[in-house]
Design a protein. Structure first.
Length: 389
């Protein structure tokens, strides 16, 4: 069914890196969500009214909030597909993240409302009318939500969309809450007291928990989350496939929305390599990254004195010392400036995310270990944070 809908409603569906195609996937998901959730809201509202169940009624309004989510998804994908303009040179892709955040707000709002109604039902309990007609209706609604979850998950994988993955998870959450409500109603038939309010409280709590998870997943890219390790490894593999490049550091990736990344990195290249040859090689590496990963990428050239034995000896010595201070720390841009009374060692140290000591304390420890050398060395250290660990 999913493939048939994609084929019918999305032109050039395989070109998932195209903003227009991404918009098509978002539109398809939105219309399906709106249609299915309107149907489920109507069915569950009637079932809740017939059975006098706050749990079913709360579940119905959860579906109504999903209708609002579908509308927000529609608007979000439409706006995110807008081309770059003078005020937004990197496009409008982050609107897709914002739309996911708005969906989260709807989910949390419904959760609070269901919890409030459930508490009132616990304080003032009313009998729930059992009916197999109601049970069958709820089971059918679970099947619809299972299909919607699989549908959105498949679309989300195709275009790598956090918004569609959130919609898929929301559908699966609905299956769990509706399933729990159905099971509770069946069990309540054999109990001498009403548990409908407690079932409603459970449904509301589950909705709030899923809303928290969605909030965490949608806020993270807006704040600037670390990049996908698989993407980082792909970048390193492409860049280091050029034999003249001996090291990569200071990798930074900027996320301007799904499918709209750009990045930069520094590469270490021998200073003996001809400047024009090095420039041509770096240009080729940049184009290689862009052709494979579809992102603008800039490489900065750092010349390395690999033709100087003393420089290479001291670089290895400093690398060893730095690893003794913290086994995950690395160095780059190493240079030596000799003088009549001392030699300056100039280098950058990359600090892993787990390191809590101050930069001054780290430098003191490095200097202390260097003092064991016969010659007098002064260090000029720049400390970098590792943004990809």
């Amino acid at each position: 069914m999913t493939e048939l809908l994609v084929k019918l409603f999305i032109k050039n569906a395989d070109q998932t890196s195209s903003p227009k195609v991404r918009e098509g996937y978002g539109m398809l998901s939105s219309w399906v969500a709106i249609a299915c959730n309107l149907l489920l809201f109507a069915v569950k509202f009637i079932l809740g009214f017939l059975s006098n169940s706050i749990a079913i009624t709360g579940d119905a309004f959860n579906n109504l909030s999903d209708v609002g989510s579908g509308v927000v998804t529609f608007i979000g994908f439409k706006a995110a597909a807008a081309p770059a303009d003078e005020d937004h040179p990197f496009g409008h892709g982050r609107i897709e993240y914002i739309s996911g955040l708005v969906i989260t707000f709807f989910v949390l709002l419904v959760g609070f409302d269901v919890v409030k109604s459930a508490i009132e039902k616990i304080i003032h309990p009313e009998p729930v009318e059992f009916s197999w007609f109601v049970i069958v209706g709820l089971l059918l609604s679970i099947l619809v939500k299972l299909w919607m979850g699989a549908f959105n998950r498949k679309l989300g994988r195709k275009i790598d969309s956090g918004t569609l993955r959130a919609a898929a998870q929301d559908s699966l959450n609905d299956c769990i809450s509706t399933g729990a409500t159905t099971l509770g109603i069946i069990i309540a038939r054999f109990l001498p007291f009403s548990i409908d309010g407690f079932l409603g409280l459970m449904v509301g709590g589950f909705i709030l928990y899923s809303g928290y998870g969605l909030a965490r997943d949608t806020i993270s890219p807006l704040l600037g989350q670390k990049p996908d390790p698989e993407l980082v490894n792909q970048l390193y593999d492409i860049i280091l496939s050029y034999p003249e490049i001996t090291g990569v550091h200071d990798l930074v990736l900027h996320d301007y929305g799904p499918g709209r990344m750009m990045g930069s990195a520094h590469v270490e290249v021998s200073r003996t390599l001809d400047v024009m040859q090095a420039h041509d090689m770096i240009d080729n590496a940049e184009k290689h990254v862009q052709s494979v990963l579809h992102m603008p990428f800039v490489l900065h050239y750092d010349p390395i004195a690999d033709d100087c034995e003393e420089t290479q000896r001291m670089r290895k010595k400093v690398e060893e010392i730095v690893r003794q201070v913290n086994k995950e720390m690395t160095i780059h841009d190493f240079r030596m400036v000799p003088g009549p009374t001392h030699t300056n060692l100039i280098f950058d140290v990359v600090i892993p995310s787990g390191e809590t000591r101050k930069n001054t304390d780290l430098k003191k420890e490095i200097d202390s270990r260097l003092q064991q050398e016969d010659q007098t060395y002064f260090t000029v250290v720049t400390f970098d944070r590792n943004y990809i660990s």
